[in-house]
Design a protein around this ligand. Structure first.
Ligand SMILES: C[S@@+](CC[C@H](N)C(=O)[O-])C[C@H]1O[C@@H](n2cnc3c(N)ncnc32)[C@H](O)[C@@H]1O
Length: 473
C-alpha cells in the first residue's frame, strides 16, 4: 500500500503543533490515495540490494550549504508495469544502466547522474525512477525517525523554502501503516529543519520541489520473519520525474479505456516490431499502440514533447530542481536524445506503413489529434471503419490490438460475436501476419478459434490480462 502524505495550510500548521514532541505516535492525517500511484507501488517492491552509500555526504550543519556533489553512482529503482519487468530491464540496460535486476513491478539498477538523466529522457517503460538516498535498518518508528534525519545532507537538499511531499510503500511488523510511516518521515524532516533553521518547509502535494519516497521491507526470508528475528529495512529515495513518466503529454484526448503509454510501449517492445514491416491496429481507440510504436521506430525520446512550432523540447522533470542538478550534463543528454530523432528508420529505410482503424468517429478524431500532437501525423494513417472490414496492406506485418473485453467497454454488445468475426477476418485476409492481442477475457479470445503461440501475463489498469501472440496461416 502506498500512501501520500497530505499536510498543507492551516491543517499542516495544526499538525505541526501536535507533532512538537517527536518521535511519537501522531494522529493520522487525511489520506488521499491516487489509484494510479497506488497501483504502481501498492505491492511491496522487493528492494533487496546490499546497503550502499547514498548521494551526497551526510552532514548536519546549521547553515545552508553548497549544492551536494553528486556521487559517482547510486542505486535506483525503476517502477514498471507488472509483467514488463524483463523487457524493462533490457531497455534500461541498453540505455547504459548497470547492475540491472528485474524485481516485482520494479527493476533495480545502478547509474550515475548522466545515466539518470538519460533514463528520464529516453526510457519508455518505467512509471518512475527512485534514486536511493539511503538504506538503513528500521526496526521501529524511532529508528525510522533517526534514520531519515541521517539519510542525507538535508542542509543542501531541503532548505526551508523547498517544498516536499512524502510517499510510502511496503511495511514491516512495527511499521505496518504506510500513511503513518510517511508522517514519521515528514516529522523527522521538519523537526530537523526547525532545529537547524527555526523554520520548516511546506508540504506540496501537487508540485513539490522534492518528492520523497520511503519503502519499508520486513527483511529476512519468510522463515526468519516467522521467528521474528528479521531486520526490517528502510529505503529513502527521491523521485526524479515528479509526475508519472507514462504521461508523455501527447494525449489530450483519451478515447475509451486507453492503454497507458508505457504499457503500450512495453507491448510493442514484446512484439519485436522494428518498423521494417507494416503495423496495423484495426481497433485502435486513441491510437496509443501505434503512436508508441512509431515514436520508438523513429527514435523519438518519450521525455520530449512536441511544441506548436514543430520543435521538440524536454518535458519538465523534478530532478531539474535538485541541488545537485547539473545543467551542462543535462544539456548533453538532451542533445544526445534529440540526435536520435529521425524521419526514417536507423538504417535509413523508410518506416513501413503504420495503420489504424476505429469504428467510433469521435474516438477516431481523438486518435488523430493525439497522433498530430505527438508529431507523427506523416507516419500514421487512421481510417474510420469496422475491424471486420479491415483490408491489410499487401506486405505481411504485425497486427496489434486491444479489443473491448467486457470489463469497461462493450457491455451490452455481443463481444463473442465480435471476436468470432475478427478470427474469421484474420484467417481469410491476414495469412502470413502475426497478431498480438491484449486479452482480459479468455472466453472471448476462445471465440477467435485461433491458438496462441505465446502468452505474456500483464496488468492493464489493475486487470489481469494476457498479451497473446498468434501466427496467422
Ligand atoms: C479498448 S479500446 C482500444 C484502446 C486503445 N488501445 C487505446 O489505447 O486507446 C477498443 C476500441 O475498439 C473500438 N471498437 C470496438 N468494436 C470495433 C469494431 N468492430 N471495429 C473497429 N473498432 C471497434 C472501440 O470503439 C474502442 O475505441
Amino acid at each position: 500500500m502506498r500512501t501520500r502524505l497530505i499536510a498543507s495550510g492551516s491543517e499542516s500548521e495544526r499538525r505541526r503543533l501536535l507533532a512538537a514532541s517527536n518521535p511519537g505516535p501522531l494522529p493520522v492525517l487525511s489520506a488521499q490515495s491516487l489509484a494510479e500511484q497506488k497501483q504502481q507501488l501498492s505491492e511491496a517492491i522487493a528492494i533487496n540490494e546490499p546497503a550502499s552509500t547514498g548521494p551526497g555526504s551526510k552532514r548536519h550543519s546549521g547553515e545552508m550549504s553548497l549544492p551536494a556533489p553528486a556521487p559517482a553512482s547510486f542505486e535506483v529503482i525503476a517502477v514498471v508495469p507488472p509483467g514488463l519487468e524483463e523487457v524493462a530491464a533490457a531497455e534500461l540496460q541498453a540505455l547504459g544502466a548497470e547492475a540491472v535486476r528485474p524485481l516485482r513491478r520494479a527493476v533495480s539498477l545502478r547509474t550515475d547522474l548522466a545515466g539518470f538523466y538519460r533514463l528520464h529522457l529516453r526510457a519508455r517503460l518505467p512509471f518512475r525512477f527512485l534514486r536511493q538516498l539511503d538504506r538503513f535498518p528500521c526496526p521501529d518508528r524511532v529508528a525510522l525517525y533517526r534514520g531519515v534525519q541521517n539519510a542525507a545532507d538535508w542542509a543542501s537538499w531541503l532548505a526551508p523554502d523547498t517544498s516536499f511531499r512524502v510517499d510510502a510503500s511496503g511495511g514491516s511488523r512495527e511499521l505496518s501503516h504506510s500513511h503513518y510511516s510517511a508522517l514519521q518521515v515528514k516529522n523527522a524532516l521538519v523537526d530537523w529543519q526547525r532545529q537547524h533553521w527555526g523554520e520548516r518547509s511546506s508540504v506540496d502535494l501537487d508540485d513539490p520541489d522534492l518528492s520523497l519516497h520511503l519503502h519499508l521491507s520486513p527483511g529476512g526470508g519468510p522463515r526468519r520473519q516467522a521467528r521474528g528475528d528479521h531486520e526490517a529495512m528502510a529505503v529513502l529515495s527521491l523521485d526524479g520525474g515528479g509526475a508519472s513518466l507514462h504521461r508523455r503529454g501527447y494525449r489530450a484526448a483519451m478515447g475509451l479505456a486507453p492503454l497507458k503509454e508505457n504499457l503500450a510501449a512495453g507491448l510493442i517492445a514484446l512484439s519485436g516490431w522494428d518498423g521494417s514491416v507494416p503495423l496495423c491496429d484495426p481497433l485502435c481507440g486513441s491510437g496509443t499502440l501505434l503512436i508508441e510504436a512509431a515514436a520508438m521506430a523513429l527514435g523519438r525520446a518519450p521525455g520530449f514533447w512536441q511544441e506548436a512550432d514543430g520543435h521538440s523540447r524536454p518535458r519538465p522533470f523534478a530532478l531539474q530542481r535538485w541541488p545537485d542538478f547539473d545543467p551542462l550534463l543535462w544539456q548533453q543528454e538532451v542533445a544526445a536524445a534529440r540526435e536520435l530523432e529521425r524521419h526514417t528508420l536507423a538504417s535509413g529505410l523508410p518506416l513501413a506503413p503504420v495503420i489504424g482503424m476505429e469504428r467510433d468517429p469521435a474516438v477516431l478524431a481523438q486518435a488523430q489529434a493525439n497522433v498530430s500532437s505527438a508529431g507523427l501525423a506523416p507516419w500514421i494513417s487512421l481510417h474510420q471503419g469496422d475491424a471486420r472490414d479491415f483490408e491489410p496492406p499487401e506486405q505481411p506485418g504485425i497486427l496489434v490490438c486491444n479489443p473491448p473485453y467486457g470489463e469497461r467497454l462493450g457491455e451490452g454488445e455481443d463481444l463473442e460475436q465480435l471476436y468470432a468475426d475478427l478470427g474469421r477476418m484474420l484467417k481469410q485476409r491476414c495469412g502470413g501476419w502475426t497478431l498480438w492481442l491484449l486479452s482480459g477475457n479468455p472466453e472471448l479470445t476462445g471465440a477467435l478459434k485461433m491458438k496462441a503461440s505465446r502468452k505474456v501475463p500483464v496488468s492493464n489498469g489493475g486487470l489481469d490480462c494476457r498479451w497473446l501472440k498468434y501466427e496467422i496461416h
